[in-house]
Every structure is written in structure tokens, then in C-alpha cells.
Design a protein around this ligand. Structure first.
Ligand code: ZN
Length: 95
């Protein structure tokens, strides 16, 4: 019963396209974000940016393991699908 149908796991971690960012200002960009696995796969092929759980838009690339997990993505991932839905709704309804 290992597979409970989660659409996300740690293998979906991908990192910022940090090579185009200034080193002195890139700390917050140097995270591995969570996003939908299918979108990441597609993005890696097409180079199309994807939206991470935290709302960040970035282009996934290989070798995510050298980056720490984005804290916001981690928090949202831990909330689960329903928790994320609520969180997004709160974010969109408030300011
Ligand atoms: Zn993130």
C-alpha cells in the first residue's frame, strides 16, 4: 500500500534557474520548489516556466538536490491538497 496517489513527492524538487541571478541577491532564489510533476517534466522539455506551490514561477532544471527545499513550498506540500486549496483561496480572496 505504498502508493496513496500523491501527486507530489520529493522527487519533484527542482531548483531556480539561478545561473541568471546575481550572486549577492540570489539566496532566496536558490531553492528547490515543489510543483506538479507532469508540469515539471513538460517544462524541462519545453523550457516553459511552471508555477510552484508557493506561487513562484520558474523554469525547472536538473540537479535539484543541491538546493534546499523552498520553505513555503514545503509548508504548502505538508498541508496536502485540501490545505493548499484553502490556503490559495485565502490568498486570492484577501489582499
Ligand atoms: Zn517555492
Amino acid at each position: 500500500m505504498g502508493n496513496l496517489g500523491t501527486e507530489l513527492d520529493t522527487d519533484t524538487r527542482v531548483e531556480e534557474r539561478s545561473e541568471v541571478l546575481p550572486a549577492h541577491d540570489g539566496d532566496h532564489e536558490r531553492f528547490a520548489h515543489y510543483a506538479d510533476r507532469d508540469k515539471i517534466t513538460e517544462a524541462m522539455v519545453t523550457g516553459t516556466p511552471v508555477v510552484a506551490l508557493c506561487g513562484k514561477i520558474w523554469v525547472p532544471s536538473r540537479d535539484p538536490k543541491k538546493y534546499p527545499v523552498c520553505p513555503e513550498c514545503k509548508r504548502l506540500f505538508d498541508l496536502g491538497p485540501e490545505g493548499r486549496m484553502r490556503d490559495w483561496q485565502e490568498r486570492n480572496s484577501g489582499s
